[in-house]
Design a protein around this ligand. Structure first.
Ligand code: PEP
Ligand code: CO
Length: 444
């Protein structure tokens, strides 16, 4: 790794970066970020990598989820509590089904920058620079708002810090809400038979927790819950500013885990160059355009030592395409002898637009991709070690279907996302019940 530095990505072609008018202001903002304390500790990053090594062997399961684009205004008590609650509830349900430790990784406390398919968009007949996330510009549809603002680089740091601080406080404080049945809102499930089934699972699960606690045996299993932070490592100048030497190597201490998006995983590109040098566990999004042979080269570049837990491959192929596209990818990685965590993002291959132009996803298609991915791994003898969702703990209406049977006309009631449509509380919780069933079957 002698030729790698936190800046070495700067000599490579780079995609998906904003164009700032005032480079000096950018440099000043980044210097301020670099001088501020890290958001996470390198020992925590190592812990996550060790946990992920278990997931690679099928001895743990990863629940990775949160907003597509986190907004600065989501850095508030209600949204943080709601997100933590849904992630913890889902993870309890998954533990119940899988009988495995669940590794919780939140798309949170830094998921502020977005890759876009086009540099500009047309709104009401006017061409504007695309919204690239609160990290870069404002979503309001005016040219001024869309101008990349260097001050947001500093702001992103403070919003990440405040979010992480409150999440850590809630977890340290026990976040005991999970124990009480009335905090599990199952009234949304329209089908009575399903609702009954879920209520029964929750009752048994809470009873099991109650039993363990009442034995008086010292168990910290429920009062300290680990949660790791993550975001797409997109804005490399910002990621560079968070990169510090610690322990044996270079860590990005802005988050525990970072991933490379499907649009920025070019072998000779700046993102791959940056990611190869950090110790953090990293994800790589694997879309339908992935060439298996090139993927193997990518793994060699990103993780020459093949340390288990360092690389998670997050497939997002789209419902109906998995049976054909996934096997060559898994076979190529297997033939290379490399160890990865296989995860499935059933969201990004299943985005559609309604006739009215609203970006949405159908819960049924999300479930289909998940089912197809489990099936494919079962056939191939590999293990699906985790899932990656865009979700929120709030009652939004962005994806159709699910237990509330939301239709396209329901979407306008509470459509809040500034980027991709997320599963709401009900849809997420049901996803956990269905996943738990599948994991229980795999165990049997
Ligand atoms: C995302 O995770 O929000 C994203 C943009 O994903 P992908 O890179 O897989 O398209
Ligand atoms: Co997204």
């Amino acid at each position: 790794m002698s030729d790698w530095t936190p800046q070495s990505w700067r000599s490579r072609p780079i995609r998906q970066q904003p164009k700032y008018r005032d480079p000096a202001a950018v440099r000043a903002a980044l210097a301020r970020v670099a001088a501020l304390p890290p958001l996470v500790a390198h020992g925590e990053v190592d812990t996550l990598r060790a946990h992920l090594a278990l997931a690679a062997r099928g001895e743990a399961f990863v629940l990775h989820g949160g907003d597509c684009a986190e907004r600065f205004l989501d850095c508030a008590q209600g949204p943080i509590e709601a997100k933590l609650k849904i992630l913890l509830q889902m993870s309890l349900v998954l533990t119940w089904g899988a009988r495995l430790p669940i590794i919780r990784v939140a798309r949170m406390a830094g998921q502020y920058a977005k890759p876009r398919s086009s540099d500009t968009e047309i709104i009401d007949g006017v061409e504007l620079p695309s919204y690239r996330g609160d990290h870069v510009n404002d979503s309001a549809a005016t040219p001024e708002a869309r101008e990349p603002d260097p001050e947001r680089l500093v702001s992103a740091y403070f919003h990440s810090a405040a979010t992480l601080n409150y999440a850590r406080a809630l977890l340290d404080g026990g976040f005991a809400d999970l124990h009480k049945p009335h905090h599990w809102q199952l009234g949304f499930v329209r089908r009575v038979d399903h609702r009954k089934e879920y209520e029964e699972v929750v009752a048994r699960l809470l009873d099991a927790i109650d039993f363990v606690e009442s034995t008086g045996v010292e168990t910290h299993a429920f009062d300290t819950v680990e949660l790791f932070s993550s975001h797409e490592g997109l804005l490399l100048p910002w990621e560079e500013a968070q990169t510090v030497h610690a322990g044996e190597g270079w860590y990005n201490l802005g988050a525990h885990m970072l991933w490379i998006g499907d649009r920025t995983r070019a072998l000779d590109g700046a993102h791959v160059e940056y990611f190869r040098g950090i110790e953090n566990p990293i994800g790589v999004k694997i879309g339908p355009s992935t060439d298996p042979a090139e993927l193997v080269k990518l793994l060699e570049v990103l993780e020459p030592d093949d340390r288990p837990g360092r690389v998670t491959l997050i497939t997002r192929l789209g419902a109906g395409r998995v049976a054909e596209a996934l096997p060559p990818i898994v076979e190529a990685v297997r033939a290379s002898g490399r160890t990865v965590v296989w995860s499935c993002d059933p969201m990004h291959g299943n985005t559609t637009k309604t006739a009215g132009g609203v970006k949405t996803r159908e819960v049924a298609r999300i479930l289909t991709e998940l089912r197809e991915t489990f099936d494919a791994h079962d056939r191939l003898g590999s293990v699906l070690g985790g899932v990656h969702f865009e979700l929120t703990g709030e009652d939004v209406t962005e994806c159709t279907g699910g237990p509330q049977e939301l239709s396209e006309s329901d979407l306008l009631h509470a459509y809040e996302t500034l980027c991709d449509p997320r599963l709401n509380y009900a849809q997420s919780l049901e996803m956990a019940f269905l996943l738990a069933q599948r994991l229980a079957k795999r165990r049997a």
